[in-house]
Design a protein around this ligand. Structure first.
Ligand code: FES
Length: 146
């Protein structure tokens, strides 16, 4: 068996290799889009939010919390944390500092920052709350501490 490649055979091999590599480079992002990495629904460990002074009174911070974001708000009654997922049809609620409420842009639901209850809107289910732990001025939410 002859193992010597001719120049033409080598260039043909190289062309095929580049075609396969290029095809893989083009299809990898498409495959990743349709099959994203699995995220925990909610983390089992507490999630770090930041330092207390980063969130002023009546201020809020959005943090990643497993598959969905969570909102941490500094109320006069202390820090509170909620899932940002609206309990109506799962739009993401946002903190409105002026109105001091979580507002849903989809169907105008509003939620109270102190206990997450519905202020008005098409749902009667409060926002899901998460435990807040403050250690040495550092805020953590969730985990198996509820
Ligand atoms: S999804 Fe939020 S009010 Fe409908």
């Amino acid at each position: 068996m002859d193992t010597n490649l001719t120049r033409r055979e080598f260039l043909k091999f190289l062309k095929r290799l580049l075609a396969v590599t290029g095809l893989a480079a083009l299809t990898a992002p498409i495959v990743a889009y349709f099959y994203p990495p699995k995220l925990e629904e909610e983390p089992s460990e507490p999630v770090y939010v930041g330092k207390q002074e980063e969130i002023p009174l009546n201020g809020s911070k959005t943090v990643g919390f497993g598959r969905y974001p969570a909102l941490v708000v500094n109320t006069p009654q202390g820090f509170r944390a909620y899932s940002a997922v609206c309990t109506h049809f799962a739009c993401l609620v946002k903190w409105d500092e002026e109105r001091k409420a979580f507002l849903c842009p989809c169907h105008d639901a509003a939620f109270d920052p102190v206990d997450g209850h519905v202020l008005h809107g098409p749902t009667s289910v409060p926002l899901k709350s998460y435990a807040v732990t403050i250690t040495n001025g550092e805020i953590y939410i969730g985990g198996n501490q509820e």
